[in-house]
Ligand binder design. Structure first.
Ligand code: NAD
Ligand code: DAU
Length: 332
């Protein structure tokens, strides 16, 4: 009964969280993952087998979820369809996994009185203007823009309702953009790094002035663990590391690491409904739970990430061609 269940533990942030759990705690871990295109067994393969077990399965499978919840007291829920561009192409799996899947976990939490932490995104709050002095807080109204962020907003509302109506012991976190090892090459930073490794121009959407608030995936993991262990049931905590950068700033930093300059950038078709800026105020998490990020210097974290992609080409190379073919079909 001391095992923790991690949904989506073979994905980018989920696998970083499983590494964090193995390193920082004595817990045994069960990963429930459908192993979609975004997953990788390799991300958790090297971990000791007596600590981590992988169950291949779907979070919308109520029978499987019920069985797993009957054997676990704690669940951290990362599993999701996570990429905005895919949600604009085909929203259907986003509704299934993010909404129906979360509903399925909530029903099992209710039946077995399992402590659940739901991992969500700052995108549920919509976007901010570039010159707006405000940042998102736990009180910012929901205003999602894309099918992905609307499906995550829907899942958050389900969690809140199950806490209030049924007394489910759940917490929610909404985090900003993550970077680090094991991120799929469809996402911005890995796509830019792997393009640069291949001598292909980095492809920047629109004018490149959109701002994201970057945090290292290991800092996201430490925050989630802190909330699971010390957070107040029913509460929402925003997770962020004061890492606001425009996309052009990120690409310029990457170009510098490859000895190139901004003239190499290719500006491509903008994303439909592209959110302008995200920014997190994480004061509640820091003051109440004493959390702070370990990676305070984004540029040096970025340099480590470039080194990781250089050293792990065997891992990302098989996905690069299909990813680029998808983007090319969209003029991106
Ligand atoms: P990812 O796409 O890299 O990984 C998602 C994982 O979920 C994959 O392993 C996939 O196989 C699994 N999965 C998908 N559908 C499933 C299903 N029906 N049943 C079981 N497993 C399924 O995503 P990520 O970037 O690691 O994001 C993880 C979570 O963190 C998501 O909930 C996302 O909304 C949230 N989040 C991500 C970021 C970010 O910057 N990437 C920021 C804030 C919050
Ligand atoms: O804010 C948290 C969210 O961050 C998470 O909820 C999502 O799961 C995660 O994918 C991420 O969403 P974004 O849409 O912000 O991330 P993405 O990596 O797709 O894009 C980051 C920015 O870079 C965004 O402004 C779009 C831009 N971009 C992206 C790609 C892939 C480009 O300019 N060029 C690109 O090729």
């Amino acid at each position: 009964m001391d095992r923790i269940l991690v949904t989506g533990g073979a994905g980018f942030i989920g696998s970083n969280f499983v590494h964090h759990l193995v390193r920082e705690t004595d817990r045994q871990v069960t990963v429930l993952d459908k192993l979609t295109y975004a997953a990788s067994r390799e991300s958790i393969d090297a971990l000791p087998q007596d600590r981590v077990e992988l169950v291949e399965g779907d979070i919308t499978d109520a029978t499987l979820v019920d069985k797993l919840f009957s054997d676990h007291r704690e669940v951290v829920h990362f599993a999701a369809e996570s990429h905005n561009d895919n949600s604009l192409h085909d929203p259907s799996p986003f509704i299934q996994t993010n909404i129906v899947g979360t509903f399925t976990l909530l029903e099992a939490s209710r039946k077995h009185d399992v402590r659940l932490h739901h991992v969500s995104t700052d995108e549920v709050y919509g976007d901010l203007d570039l010159d707006d002095p405000k940042r998102f807080t736990e009180d910012t109204p929901y205003n999602p823009s894309s099918p992905y962020s609307a499906s995550k907003a829907g899942s958050d509302h389900l969690v809140r309702a199950w806490v209030r109506s049924f007394g489910v012991r759940a917490t929610i976190s909404n985090c900003s953009n993550n970077y680090g090892p094991w991120q799929h090459v469809e996402k911005f930073i890995p796509r830019m790094i792997t393009n640069l490794i291949d001598g292909v121009p980095p492809k920047v959407y629109g004018d490149g002035l959109n701002v994201r608030d970057w945090i290292h995936a290991d800092d996201h993991s430490s925050a989630v663990l802190r909330i699971l262990e010390q957070g107040r049931v029913g509460e929402t905590y925003l997770i962020g590391a004061d890492g606001e950068r425009s996309n052009l700033q990120v690409v310029t930093a990457l170009l510098g690491l490859f000895g190139r300059d901004e003239s190499d950038i290719e500006f491509v078709t903008d994303r439909a409904g592209h959110d302008r800026r995200y920014a997190i105020e994480s004061g509640k998490l820091r003051a109440e739970l004493g959390w702070s990020p370990r990676f305070q210097d984004f540029e040096s974290g970025l340099a480590d990430t470039v080194e990781w992609y250089r050293a792990n080409e065997d891992w990302w190379r098989p996905h690069k061609q299909a990813t680029e073919a998808f983007y090319a079909s969209k003029g991106q």
